[in-house]
Design a protein around this ligand. Structure first.
Ligand SMILES: Nc1nc2c(ncn2[C@@H]2O[C@H](COP(=O)(O)OP(=O)(O)OP(=O)(O)O)[C@@H](O)[C@H]2O)c(=O)[nH]1
Ligand SMILES: [K+]
Ligand SMILES: [Mg+2]
Length: 439
């Protein structure tokens, strides 16, 4: 038998909004006893059975609900422990009564992430996969769903365990050098070690450079719309939002506070920020708006720089999508300062599908893996890979075989911490505390 939590825990595992059915999930050593006390003889393992639920089945005292009951004996369960699920009618009074009965029989409410934590401690999944489960529950967009599903399924874990396996090989060669210093080991051994380490470092560097992309998918990106007053920035925001989110008027300096709306581009969550028109001004409030606009430019993953016909900008922000507006009233240049202009008219709608396609391409480029390797999705992963890489760098500079071996071992430890194979006890509270109750 694997890890058993001391307590038997329960939680409502379906959403909290009004629904027809509520799923109560129970896990722990007393599961069989408690289920027996509530519904009599246990149903067949992993097969749904319709049962009356009682406060006490043996005396047929107080029927609580009629429910679908699923019995999951360990270790082939989500947590690896004995557990069961009750699919209840979702009335709040039923949920309260069943919860009270579970407590009366000795179970206690689960803490956030406790089911998945037990699954991890029972070896049902590693830490990276557990984090994928948390992301899956929180996924709102297509790209978040795809990324979390792959991670929960072990795609990212396989990258890290693959690196750890290769390091183990390198370490074996390194130990041969330590154990047989006087033998005539061929010089290829030393060369092989160095080139293997170099190849690993190369892959780690690529992975770290892609690091922001996975986090962009998880958290979403920010696209800031900036430009001079009356360029049509708020008009563009409204078109992206498909509603009148921002005030549009012919008065220059209409927008003061930055205004954010959330949408998606190519399945990626994007927050669009409309900002105050950039210009020198004596108006203190407008000046504060300009200061905030420039702040948003710094924070943004992508800048949409707008200008109206007749007023091309002197300079273009680094990496900006440059949009020329009001194509209906005059001609726009094909490019400004070496940057292509996307010509549009928010008034007539001309050029807007093409602009949308450009923005989608940008969203994809900012989130696509450049190496084909799954993206790292959390700062924790970035820090772990960085640690491993730093050890390898020191290993490369080491001439003493023993010291190089030590650095290789430390690099393996850093990778082991990522998947939860070594020394993570102190991390677990932080990681699983971010889960919702019932997962
Ligand atoms: N002719 C024409 N007018 C436009 C177009 N797009 C916007 N406008 C008008 O230009 C004026 C300014 O538009 P806004 O969207 O408020 O411009 P803004 O950049 O947000 O302006 P500030 O918030 O003041 O910086 C409004 O009167 C719009 O109706 C366009 O494509 N063609
Ligand atoms: K305006
Ligand atoms: Mg505006």
């Amino acid at each position: 038998m694997g890890y058993q939590g001391e307590d038997t825990i329960f939680a409502l595992s379906s959403g909290v909004e009004r629904a027809a059915i509520a799923v109560m999930r129970v896990s722990g050593p007393d599961s069989a006893r408690i289920l027996g006390q509530m519904c009599g003889a246990l149903p067949k393992a992993r097969q749904a059975a319709l049962r009356k639920l009682w406060q006490n089945a043996s005396t047929q005292d107080s029927v609580l609900d009629e429910a679908l009951v699923l019995w999951f004996p360990g270790p082939r369960s989500y947590t690896g422990e004995d557990g069961f699920e009750l699919h209840l009618h979702a009335g709040p009074a039923i949920i309260r009564a069943v919860s009270a009965a579970l407590v009366a029989h000795g179970a206690r409410p689960a803490e956030a992430g406790e089911f998945t934590r037990r699954a991890f401690q029972n070896g049902r999944m590693d830490l990276i996969e557990a984090e994928g489960v948390a992301d899956l529950v929180a996924a709102e967009t297509e790209s978040q769903r795809r990324q979390a599903l792959a991670q929960a399924d072990g795609a990212l874990s396989r990258v890290y365990t693959g690196w750890a396996e290769r390091l183990k090989q390198v370490l074996a060669w390194q130990e041969a050098l330590i154990d047989f210093p006087d033998e005539d080991l061929p010089p290829e051994v030393e060369d092989g070690i160095r080139s293997d380490i170099a190849a690993l470092m190369d892959e780690m560097h690529h992975h770290m450079q892609d690091g922001q992309k996975g986090e962009r998918i998880r958290h979403g990106m920010v696209f800031a719309i900036i430009g001079p007053p009356n360029a049509g920035k708020s008009s563009l925001l409204n078109w992206l939002a498909q509603r009148d989110a921002a005030i549009v008027s012919p008065v220059a300096g209409t927008t003061r506070d930055a205004l954010e709306i959330v949408g998606t581009l190519a399945g990626v969550r994007v927050t669009f920020v409309d900002t105050a028109g950039l210009r020198d001004t004596d108006d203190a409030i407008e000046a504060e708006g300009v200061r905030r606009a420039l702040f948003h430019v710094k924070q943004a993953d992508c800048v949409i720089q707008m200008f109206p016909v007749g007023s091309p900008p002197d300079s273009v922000f680094d990496g900006a999508v440059l949009v020329g507006n009001k194509a209906d009233v005059g001609a726009l240049p094909a490019s400004v300062a070496g940057c292509d202009v996307v010509p549009v008219s928010l008034l007539t709608g001309q050029g807007l599908p093409a602009l949308h396609a450009v923005l989608e391409q940008r969203a994809l480029a900012l989130t696509a893996s450049s190496s084909g390797v799954p993206l790292l999705t959390r700062a924790r992963h970035g820090a772990g890979v960085r640690d491993a890489c730093a050890c390898l760098e020191r290993a490369m500079q080491q001439d003493w075989p023993e010291l190089r071996g030590e650095e290789l071992r430390l690099a393996m430890r850093a990778l082991g911490r990522l998947t939860g194979q070594v020394g993570v006890e102190e991390l677990l509270d932080a990681i699983f505390g971010q889960f919702c109750i019932g997962k």
